[in-house]
Design a protein around this ligand. Structure first.
Ligand code: HEC
Ligand code: HEC
Length: 186
């Protein structure tokens, strides 16, 4: 009886421990910076890229960056440039790289009028909500062509996500252009 109670306590402790451990990505910024050299050619010296299809990754949430790198690595997301870069990353390396790029200052756009359809989107993609849910990416200041490509990828099923796919499905080409311009301008 006594042993049963003890092992129950131990199990509870380990369950709690592994839960907190799996939620917290203890990425190491310095280790991430040391490994970031191959990334800079495309994502820019400070995580702000100057190519319209290579996303800015500076200041993005750590958890979102980890998820995307692992999606590319494990094949849930596919891109001829990015997938080979992610293929050999260990979990530890994705955590460290994410900690580093997340620590850099994010890009900002020059401002743009909000289209009507953006109301649905800002429920998740505004600064407050992206801070509250670290799996909802910041879109502000991102390259417009990159955002267009992602929305078309979700719409066509080339990039799959249970939240974004149904939201992108009903968008027209014009909606996609207007929404991308709005978020890029923020
Ligand atoms: C040869 C160019 C290239 C290199 C080098 C590269 N990337 Fe990428 N990366 C891309 C492209 C292109 C995309 C967007 C792919 C798409 O359209 O889905 C991307 C997407 C990403 C994303 C997802 C961003 C988002 O907003 O969803 C992350 C995170 C990322 N890269 C991290 C890295 C890291 C870390 C490295 C270094 C280990 C790296 N990349 C090296 C081209 C590159
Ligand atoms: C319920 C929350 C939610 C709403 C509402 C929402 N999104 Fe998203 N969005 C997400 C999540 C979660 C992801 C990341 C999915 C993944 O991991 O691929 C995402 C990803 C994206 C991306 C890719 C960003 C990148 O860096 O690659 C774009 C672009 C985007 N959303 C645009 C929109 C637009 C436009 C709308 C409105 C029509 C919208 N979203 C509505 C949650 C939401």
């Amino acid at each position: 009886m006594k042993i049963g109670m003890q092992s129950l306590l131990t199990m509870t402790f380990w369950a709690f421990w592994s839960l907190t451990a799996s939620l917290a990505h203890a990425g190491d910024v310095a280790a991430g910076r040391a490994q970031s050299i191959p990334c800079l050619a495309c994502h820019g010296a400070e995580g702000i890229s100057d190519h319209y299809l290579w996303p800015n990754i500076a200041g993005q949430s750590e958890r979102y960056l980890v998820k995307q790198m692992r999606d590319f690595r494990d094949g849930a997301r596919d891109d001829p440039w990015m997938s080979p870069m992610a293929r050999n990353l260990s979990d530890r390396e994705t955590d460290d790289l994410a900690a580093y790029f997340s620590s850099l200052p994010a890009a900002a756009g020059e401002g743009a009028a909000q289209p009507k359809k953006a109301k649905t989107c800002v429920a998740c993609h505004n600064a407050q909500m992206t801070a509250a849910n670290s799996l909802w990416p910041k879109l502000a200041g991102q390259h417009k062509r990159y955002l267009v490509k992602q929305l078309l990828d979700y719409r066509a099923g080339r990039r799959a996500d249970p939240t974004m796919t149904p939201l992108a499905k009903p968008l027209s080409d014009q909606d996609v252009e207007e929404l991308a311009a709005y978020f890029a301008g923020q």
